[in-house]
Structures are given as structure tokens and as C-alpha cells.
Design a protein around this ligand. Sequence first.
Ligand SMILES: C[S@@+](CC[C@H](N)C(=O)[O-])C[C@H]1O[C@@H](n2cnc3c(N)ncnc32)[C@H](O)[C@@H]1O
Length: 220
Amino acid sequence: MREMKNQRQLEYERSLFNADALMVSAREKADELGLLGISLSFSEASLLTLVVQLAKCRKFVEIGTLTGFSSLAILEGIESGGHLWTFEKNPVHAKIADELLQAGATAKGKSVQVVQGDAEQELKTLEDQGPFDGIFIDGNKSAYLKYLDWAEKNIKQGGLIIADNVFLQGTVWGEENKKFSTKQIEVMKEFNKRLSDPEKYLFSLVPTTEGLIVAQKRTS
Ligand SMILES: C[S@@+](CC[C@H](N)C(=O)[O-])C[C@H]1O[C@@H](n2cnc3c(N)ncnc32)[C@H](O)[C@@H]1O
């Protein structure tokens, strides 16, 4: 939970972030649900926008929409005319996000589809529209390896695989946390190990509070 971070630091980061009204609204809605702490921070969102833009992404996939804050950051970064598919299991989150995201996408000259359902089941329905330029994984942690399997098949060479929460609250380096099962911890360790393979990825592990991986599939 990002509230653990120094509040004055968060406020400082926010003061440097150029949030539009929809992004502010997405955070307010997450706050109303008591879930602001699981949304990206402003600094993490700006990094997402930057890398998506640098990689010139047009077709992007997100797992874990919540109220659409990170989706708006992705929409900001993708090329004009680009499309975002974002998966959200919880119908309340999906409904809130859809309203904000349709307005955000139209204003930015892009398009978005909020797919309400379990990404573990629904991702396969997208496959014939691939390959995709990138994916942001920020949903249920127990399925991160499944999502990586999907990304390895469906993200193009040179495309991005970005993932949040890869420290799993320190459990990946042995800190105790009863919230996570041994299986979940093993899944995350294996996920991180696979993405750090230099033969397959250009890899960076950004030491945010939660741990953020930014990886690019090698072209050769
Ligand atoms: C950490 S929050 C996402 C935060 C969001 N990316 C942001 O930064 O604003 C995780 C979201 O994933 C959703 N989720 C959990 N399991 C899922 C699944 N199997 N398929 C799709 N969404 C899922 C949750 O309902 C929750 O809204």
C-alpha cells in the first residue's frame, strides 16, 4: 500500500505531476472505494506514460483497471489513433472506469475498451487482434505467470511488458507477510526471474515502494 510512503514525499511528487481533471477524478473514486493505496502513484503513472510514448505503442493491454488512473496514463502515452484494452473483474470498478476512460480516450483522439471479467479467462478473446505493442500487469498477483505466458505469445518483439507489485511487500526477498501464500510468493519470484533473462528482455526493476518492472522484448 502506497500510503506507507512518506506523505510529504507523495504530495511533492503530486505537485510536479500535471494531472488532468479525469485523472484527479479517477483517484477520488478510488479513494471513495477505500482503494487509493492500490492505485499507481503520480510518479509511477508518469513513468508509464513516458515509456509507452517512447516505445511508440498503438495497441496496448492492461490487466487491473480499478477506477482507470493507470489506464489514463497509458492513454496519454499511446500514439494518436491507438487503442487500449483494459481488463477489470470487479463490475463496480469497471463501470466507474468506463465512464472516465471513454471521455479521456475521446479527448485524446484514442479509443479504449473496458473488458469486465476475469482476465485469466478473457485475455484469450483478444488474441486474434494481436500482436500488441505492450501490456501493463497490475491485477491478481497469483496469475502473474499466466499473464506473462500470454504476453510472451502476444506482445510483439520490441514491445513492452510492465508490471507493478513485483516485490510482493518484500516477501520475494524473504520478509514475513501472512497475507501471501508460499505459492503466491513463488509465482512472483519466478515471474521476476523470467523477465530478468538478458537473452529475452531488456529489463529494469524500478525500486518503487511496490516494485515496478519495465521490460522490453528483445528483437533478436
Ligand atoms: C492494484 S488494482 C489496479 C490499479 C490500477 N492499475 C491503477 O493503478 O489505478 C488491481 C485491480 O485488479 C482487479 N482484478 C483482480 N483480479 C482480476 C482478474 N482476475 N481479472 C481482472 N481484474 C482483476 C481488481 O478488482 C482491482 O481493481
